[in-house]
Design a protein around this ligand. Structure first.
Ligand SMILES: NC(=O)c1ccc[n+]([C@@H]2O[C@H](COP(=O)([O-])OP(=O)(O)OC[C@H]3O[C@@H](n4cnc5c(N)ncnc54)[C@H](OP(=O)(O)O)[C@@H]3O)[C@@H](O)[C@H]2O)c1
Length: 327
């Protein structure tokens, strides 16, 4: 089978498409013919050896995918050969065949294309977990989403709206903010040209945002945290800007604000039932037209290095999808 393979940690340009042998599923594993896989920010970090997970070399990156079950190992009963599924494989999705453990394989929502299913996997699962279990978002609260036109950012807009919240989307260009409005954001802030904290306070009538969804980090985090309301929650999702911010805790004390980490992958492993519940909710929202992933571009395995450069230089809006089989 064809696979995008990294033989050493370093720039994605050092990886290439190779012919390798697929493996058979062991107990509790599912072998999936990959139709579409999604490019995630951590793929870039993993290829460079800068992610918290360092797979043994050589490896194929790719954390989530949509495809068709071809074989199941002993102990797998919830899916069968021929089923259309989404899988959170962790690695290996940038290949024609991929193995995933049974807990990480869920049926695809009916009427969803393989491309949309791949685009929706991790990003939407992270957003709903962030707001439900971590942020305890209430209907009619106000959410501030940073990096709002990125992969998890767009998901956060749609999920927060589906949960009944008002959404302020913050991003670096007017073009990105136009997309955020199209995806349901009620208000927008261009944090390249506007003061993030002052504008958030203004848009919330001086109260501040109830929940901040932050996949960006850097200086944005402090400005957003200081613009949260009494009892506000800062959801720490990621550090796409590179710098891990340090926050003086007096800002937490003064308005009884909370800083809450969001680590979807680790949580899903600890609470598979909760993860299952969240995926069911989102399948329902998809059927009701409340969520609809944005696909920036569809690429081939060989185009992954170029797409990673676009992703890490803030040029992608929504998700890049790697199309592998006939879709
Ligand atoms: N905690 C979890 O469970 C979890 C799950 C999934 C992803 N994540 C993390 O969430 C973060 C975002 O992931 P994503 O898939 O949404 O990525 P993405 O699509 O690339 O979006 C990230 C956004 O961050 C902003 N940004 C600001 N400075 C940046 C910089 N120097 N380089 C790149 N982007 C920058 C960009 O928006 P502007 O240009 O508008 O500023 C960009 O749209 C990553 O750190 C990822 O690891 C965490």
């Amino acid at each position: 089978m064809k696979a995008f393979v990294c033989t050493e940690f370093g720039p994605a340009d050092n990886c290439n498409v190779q012919e390798i042998d697929p493996r058979s599923p062991d107990k509790d594993q599912v072998l999936i013919e990959v139709k579409s896989a999604s490019l995630n920010f951590p793929d870039a970090l993993m290829i460079e050896g800068r992610y918290q997970v360092k797979p043994p070399l050589p490896f194929s990156p790719g954390m989530d995918l949509a495809g068709i079950v071809r074989q199941v190992g002993e102990g797998v009963t919830h899916v069968a050969a021929g089923d259309r599924v989404i899988a959170f494989s962790g690695v290996g999705a940038f290949a024609e065949m991929c193995l995933a453990t049974k807990d990480k394989v869920v049926p695809m929502p009916a009427d969803m294309s393989f491309e949309a299913a791949a685009a929706y996997g991790i990003t939407y699962a992270t957003a709903i977990h962030g707001f439900r279990e971590c942020g305890r978002l209430q209907p009619h609260e106000t959410v501030l989403v940073l990096g709002a036109a990125g992969g998890v950012g767009i998901a956060a807009i749609e999920v927060a709206k589906a949960m009944g919240a008002r959404v302020i989307a913050a991003a670096a260009t007017d073009d990105k903010l136009a997309l955020c409005r199209k995806m349901g954001a009620d208000m927008t802030i261009n944090y390249s040209t506007e003061d993030l904290r002052a504008r958030t306070m203004e848009l919330t009538g001086g109260k501040g945002a109830d929940v901040v969804f932050d996949p960006v980090g850097g200086d944005y985090t402090m400005n957003a945290f200081r613009a949260t309301a009494w009892g506000g929650r800062l959801l720490v999702v990621g550090f796409a800007a590179g710098d891990i911010p340090k926050i003086p805790l007096n800002y937490a004390l003064l308005s009884e604000r909370a800083i809450v980490g969001v680590f979807w992958g680790a949580w899903a492993a600890r609470d598979p039932e909760g993860q299952h519940r969240n995926m069911e909710t989102m399948a329902r929202w998809f059927a009701e037209g409340k969520i609809n992933p944005v696909i920036d571009s569809t690429i081939s395995l060989a185009q992954i290095p170029e797409a990673i450069k676009r992703l890490t230089s803030r040029q992608v809006k929504g998700k890049v999808v790697v199309r592998i089989g006939e879709n």
